[in-house]
Structure formats: C-alpha cells, structure tokens
Design a protein around this ligand. Sequence first.
Ligand SMILES: Nc1nc2c(ncn2[C@@H]2O[C@H](COP(=O)(O)OP(=O)(O)OP(=O)(O)O)[C@@H](O)[C@H]2O)c(=O)[nH]1
Ligand SMILES: [Mg+2]
Length: 409
Amino acid sequence: MNDIPIRCFLIAHQGPRECQDPIEDHLAELYQLAVSCGLQVVGQKRLKRPKISSQTFYGPGQIEELTLDARAVGARILICDDELSGSQSVAIERLSKMICMDRTRLILKIFEQRAKTKEAKAQVELARLQYELPRLKGVWRHLSRQGGGLGLRGGAGETQLEVERRIYGQKISALKKELSHVQRVRDTQRSGRSPAIPRVALVGYTNAGKTSLLKQLTGAGEPEDLLFATLDTTTRRAWLGPDYDEATGRGTGEPKTCLVSDTVGFIRKLPHQLVAAFRSTLSEVRTSDALLVILDASSLDLRDHLKTVTQTLKTIGCEDNFESQPRILILNQVDKITRPQRLDLARHYPGAIQMSTHDGLGIDELKNWLRELMPGPPKPRDLEWWELGDSRPIVMKNPQRTLVEVKSF
Ligand SMILES: Nc1nc2c(ncn2[C@@H]2O[C@H](COP(=O)(O)OP(=O)(O)OP(=O)(O)O)[C@@H](O)[C@H]2O)c(=O)[nH]1
Ligand SMILES: [Mg+2]
C-alpha cells in the first residue's frame, strides 16, 4: 500500500458582499476535512467572483490560473468548498486535468472510510447514490460529447444515462427497504427498554468531545482527533451516584443511572443526503429524554457551530419540544482557553456547563443536572436564549428568558 498521502488544493468562492474572514474559516474547516480524509493539503485560494458561472462555477480564467498554482505544489485533487453540479465538476476537471471534488463529496468519502457496521455502510451508500443520481446527467452529457473517443456515438450517452439511472433507482429502493427494516428493529429494541431509566443523547459539532464525554460518564468509547470519528450510535449506562440527598435525608440510597448515547457529529453544510440516510441512527437523538449539546469552547466559530447544531436538530425532528426534551449546553475543551475567555463565555451562555473532559471539570455539575431528570415532581426551568427558535412565541418573564416546566420521565 502506498503511504504517501495524495496532495490536494482547496478553493472557495467569495461573493462581492462576502467578507474574507468567514471564507477563511470555511477553508480552515475544509482543511480539517481533507486531513480527516487522509489527504495532504498543499495550498488554498479564495476565488472572488460576482456571479457564479453555470458551466464552470468559477471563471474559466480563474481555473486556469488556479491550475498553475496547484500543479506547482504537486496537487492532484482540487477540493471546492462550494457545492457543484455534475457538469460543473466535469468541466473543472476538463479544464484543470485534475480530480475535482466538492465539499459534499469529500464528507461522503470520509463517511465511506469510517463506516464499519452493515447499517452505517448502507446509510453511507444510500447517501452517495442520492448525491450522484442528479449528477449523472452532467457526467454522461460530457461523455456523449466526447463521442467516438470513448466508443460512444450520438445518443449513446443518453441511453447509457437511462440505464444508469434505473440501476441507481433500484439500488436506492433496496437500501431504503433494508434501512427501514433496521429502523423497525431499533424501534422494537427501544420499546423494550425500561422507561424508568432516562435516555440522554450526546449531540454536537464534530470533534467537540462527544465520545470523550461518553467515556467520562460510562467508561466506553475511544476519542480521536478526527472529524466524524464516530458514525454508529453507542449506548451505555452511566452511574450518577446514589439516590440520596444528604441535605434533606430523603431518598432510597439506590443507584441512580441513565443511558447515554453517542452519535454522529454535525458540521456546517452537512449533506442533506447524509442527514436523511442517517435517520435511523439519529432516531436515538429524536426519541431521547434529554439532549446534551456539546461544542468545542475553544473554537473561533463557536456561535456558528451552535447555530449549525440547533438547525440540524430541527432538520431531524427535534423541534419545539424543549419541554419534553430538555437540553443542556456543554462548552467543552475549556482547558484550551484563558480565564478571561471563560468569563466571557459565562456571560454569553450563563446556563451552559463549562467542561473539560480531559481533566474532569464540569462532570459533577452535569451529573447533578442529569440527576434532576429522574422521575419526580416537575421542576420549573428557564429556557436559555439559544434554545428559543426565532419563530417561537415568547412569554416574557424577563427580557431574556421564558419559564417552562421540565416534564418528569
Ligand atoms: N484539550 C482538550 N481536548 C479534548 C477535550 N475533549 C476532547 N478532546 C479532544 O478532542 C478530540 C475529539 O474528541 P472526541 O471525543 O473524539 O470528539 P467527538 O465529538 O466524539 O468527535 P467525532 O466523533 O469525530 O464527531 C480528541 O483528540 C480528544 O482528545 C477536552 O476537554 N480538552
Ligand atoms: Mg466521536
């Protein structure tokens, strides 16, 4: 096996009204994605352009210039942060004589590399086919135009396109059927679990520390410094201490536990095909009794990450049910930031738990929050501003907060 990583060059479009900083941040994330895919990044470029070209996305002159830069540093793959159509990818490949991948395809490749279980493999395969299906036309139209060179003449490309589409359609239906069976099995298993034990799901931006927190709480899981290291759901029991309150002398002294599920992480522009394909895996999140929303507090894009996570949660059906599915925000990796930065975060996210899974900071606070979720009389709770969707009617108790009741499990 060849161990030398393939070199790639990153590009991102910058519109006339777009600032440089967010584009640079997007390129930094694309860099992490490329590295997580096993590629070596040798350069990057922002391509300024007022209008998107329907044929080549970027300008043909820009692509020629870019090709020279990319070739000079030995790149063999161009990776675009923007989503390209099939014909645009083919056109860029034709102009640059390099492989061209968009962000979605790169994320799909990472998922393909990580998928180990039969279910994860089927989910990723479904997402890939759904991504490629609408792009087949661009690819076959291009082959058709090349005509005799590839043994295709006249409408041969069109006929082949129909054949390919039919094959894709059949594979997609077979995978959907397989996954709906898995979903039914999962639903049955879930209904067999004791309702007395609360189930909480770890959700958050990829690489924020979900698996590290699972390990802290349950002893299971292997954290890795990679994007999308976790694809499959792992559920383990967490020990929260005895059911006894020293202050009041009340409680049974019985052990209090909850089930914690670690799942696939989210990212900006997570391909919708993947979100749809991972529906059964993500059903653990949808049906859990509470959500632990984890973010990397040291990230410069923290606010954006939170927005991405709340939006993705809405997409998978965790919407407007904060009362029956309470959430707590966990700002992890605070050991990487300074004290003034932590104070600043405490001001912006007063209800969040600041945590470091590396040194155990915040774990007891989280366990206390989880203990509060145990069956018992409902306790009033204030919603944090980040939990409130813009469209939600707000009954103002004070300018920032709304009073709701957390239902018991
Ligand atoms: N400094 C520091 N690093 C942390 C902390 N928590 C996790 N990490 C590191 O962050 C990286 C990602 O941790 P994981 O727990 O695998 O993150 P994840 O959210 O499960 O990531 P994916 O499964 O890839 O989405 C690993 O290298 C961890 O060692 C923390 O509190 N402090
Ligand atoms: Mg993980």
